[in-house]
Design a protein around this ligand. Structure first.
Ligand SMILES: [Cu+2]
Length: 152
């Protein structure tokens, strides 16, 4: 094998998807249900990465716009803002939960009904490389905290 062909073969191997190496565990994913006409809601889950990584993006066929958000108490007011990424330190569980980090699903295509399952794709950056993690998040009932979620 010539050196050039060998180099090509090596590149081809590196570009193969390596699902066995996807080292971000996603547990207990869920999406908060919506009422008719509601245009946004949140997706929540716990992420744990074996190595230092970052959640840098997310997408879902259920929403026209998906952002990574943080909710924080500022001067006694709960505020929500988009963040560029959520750090996933090696071996530590990072919770996306109401009142904290969440995946914001906006421009919803339809009402999120309890019991449905919403596909969410997470984009994880690790060591300069990006990989996607497919999550299937069941919809839970809407609650009073939806009022909080609507404010942007
Ligand atoms: Cu939000």
């Amino acid at each position: 094998m010539s050196p050039i062909r060998l180099a090509r073969a090596t590149v081809a191997v590196l570009l193969l998807p390596l699902p066995a190496l996807a080292q971000v565990a996603v547990t207990d994913p869920w999406v908060r249900g919506t009422v008719a006409g509601q245009m946004a809601t949140g997706a929540f889950m716990t992420l744990k990465s074996a190595q230092d990584a970052r959640l840098v993006d997310a997408r879902s066929p259920a929403a026209g716009v998906v952002e990574i958000h943080e909710m924080k108490l500022e001067n006694d007011v709960m505020r929500m803002r988009a963040v560029a990424a959520i750090d996933l330190p090696a071996g530590r569980s990072v919770e996306l939960k109401p009142g904290g980090y969440h995946v914001m699903l906006m421009d919803l295509q339809r009402t999120m009904k309890e019991g449905e399952v919403v596909p969410v794709t997470l984009v994880i950056e690790r060591g300069g490389r990006r990989e996607t993690v497919e999550v299937r998040a069941p919809v839970r009932a809407p609650t009073a905290r939806n009022d909080l979620m609507k404010k942007h």
